[in-house]
Design a protein around this ligand. Structure first.
Ligand SMILES: CC(C)(COP(=O)(O)OP(=O)(O)OC[C@H]1O[C@@H](n2cnc3c(N)ncnc32)[C@H](O)[C@@H]1OP(=O)(O)O)[C@@H](O)C(=O)NCCC(=O)NCCS
Length: 437
């Protein structure tokens, strides 16, 4: 039995920050106002009107008024959750007091925004005692305004060694009678300040990648039933780099990532969703090449690999410096080793349904077969792989489907785009998988 969660959402793909007040614009709330009206794949799962680092200190008081005004006006129709970030610092009582005042004002029911506010984001937290101080302020805000205890969720930015260590204590602290840390929701990395806090240095001055922090955050979230989110990717026009980062993160179980621009929101909303169709890959000399679907199978169109029949049922396969003459079954074996397959949503659903049917028929383990015809240098090679599937395989394979189902359930505004991407019948089948038990 996994740790029970306090929130309905199991996945957050996007954590989108917007400056709350920008000097020089005729309307200082311009960015807030446009972000509040996003929908579909352009709207984030969580939107963070950011009254901390994204907003100049001199504009933060106006930022609070802007949050109240824009969220009151557009909050009811905004499709994601809204979690403003307020100021806070583990070493600075005056910052903590300011953060408390900001929450108190934004959450005042008389101001009309709180009905659409899901929680607040607290930056620069320190050790677990500091998290509890922030939590106590939430309790006071709720009590002061007659809000239901625990109704405002708390997310934190993990940007110090102290906060990183505190994540290891959550499992034993959450639920203690002396706090209300059950209100915790997202653990969000903040690599820039973390680097400063850790005194990290690189020759180029670039940000270290901190895979350990991301692992620890994902582990902390998993152990405490929370949601892990990676920090900002500030090379905002580098779409490929952003995708590489998200791919690395997902392998660690960290599905969410910060988005700084509306363009990043779209990328990060789509990236964790399964592809619409499967893709065969051929690995050649350390490089991965996508094969093209043609009527007869999947074709390799490059010239790094050559394959020709030599008579006597033998084939000559040349890749880089390797030159081999093989019979058909040896060729099939070599080609299987060179290929990889990325499942599409339809493949995933097929496999899940096949295992569910086998389970219903009383089988605990089955051989799941995948076969294809690959065309290399005009020569067809039929390949087949068998993988053992048991309950554990099935449960692990469920993660991308659970993500899909979570998105579908929580984001009705994305239904149309999902149906366009996958086709209505695959969407319907994907929603039915895993619901038997
Ligand atoms: C970095 C930044 C200044 C780049 O702005 P930019 O060059 O205008 O970015 P884009 O060209 O991608 O923006 C496209 C549009 O979206 C708006 N936009 C950009 N980022 C936005 C954001 N985070 N929230 C709301 N709207 C945003 C822009 O104003 C622009 O609107 P326009 O077409 O009406 O002019 C801006 O994205 C930003 O302020 N991001 C947030 C920074 C932040 O949160 N920092 C704290 C993290 S530690």
């Amino acid at each position: 039995m996994s740790t029970s969660r306090n929130y309905e959402r199991e996945f957050v793909r996007t954590f989108f920050t917007s400056p709350t007040a920008v000097e020089g614009n005729e309307d200082t709330a311009k960015l807030l106002r446009s972000a509040a009206q996003l929908s579909g794949m352009e709207a984030p799962d969580t939107w963070i009107p950011d009254n901390e680092d994204a907003t100049a200190p001199s504009m933060r008081s106006e930022g609070v008024s802007n949050i109240i005004e824009v969220v009151s006006e557009h909050g009811a129709t905004f499709p994601g959750e809204i979690h403003p970030r307020v100021v806070w610092h583990r070493d600075d009582p005056s910052k903590r007091y300011q953060g408390f005042q900001q929450m108190l004002e934004i959450a005042d029911p008389g101001n009309g925004a709180v009905d659409h506010i899901d929680g607040f984001v607290i930056p620069e937290v320190g050790d677990i005692d500091d998290w509890k101080k922030a939590d106590e302020f939430f309790t006071i805000v709720e009590s002061e305004h007659g809000l239901e205890p625990g109704s405002l969720s708390m997310s934190v930015i993990v940007e110090s060694g102290e906060a990183e260590l505190a994540m290891g204590e959550l499992r034993s602290e959450i639920g203690a009678p002396s706090n209300r840390l059950e209100r915790l929701f997202m653990l969000v990395d903040g690599e820039v300040d973390y680097t400063k806090d850790m005194r990290g240095m690189t020759p180029t001055g670039g940000l270290p990648e901190w895979p350990e922090l991301r692992h620890n955050t994902s582990r902390g979230a998993s152990a405490a039933g929370l949601i892990a989110v990676d920090g900002p990717y500030d090379d905002i026009r580098d779409v490929e780099g952003y995708h590489e980062r998200m791919t690395e993160n997902r392998a660690k179980g960290m599905t969410g990532i910060w988005s700084l621009t509306p363009g990043q929101v779209v990328e990060a909303n789509k990236a964790p969703l399964p592809p619409a169709s499967g893709q065969w890959l051929l690995e050649i000399g350390g490089e991965t090449v996508e094969l093209t679907a043609v009527d007869e199978g999947y074709e390799y169109a490059g010239d790094e690999v050559t394959l020709e029949p030599t008579g006597d049922d033998q084939f000559r396969l040349k890749t880089g410096a390797t030159d081999q003459t093989l019979d058909e079954s040896a060729l099939q074996e070599v080609v299987v080793d060179m290929t990889a397959y990325i499942s599409g949503l339809d493949d995933m659903v097929d496999s899940m349904e096949e295992f569910e049917a086998a389970k219903a028929a009383g089988k605990g383990a089955i051989a799941m077969t995948r076969s294809a015809t690959l065309i290399i240098d005009g020569v067809s090679v039929s390949i087949q792989t068998d993988r053992m599937w048991d309950e554990a395989t099935y449960q692990a394979a469920m993660t991308p489907i659970s993500l899909f189902q979570d998105v579908y359930e929580n984001r009705p505004d994305q239904h149309e785009e999902l149906a366009e991407m996958y086709g209505a019948s695959v969407v319907e089948r994907a929603m039915a998988v895993g619901t038997d038990d």
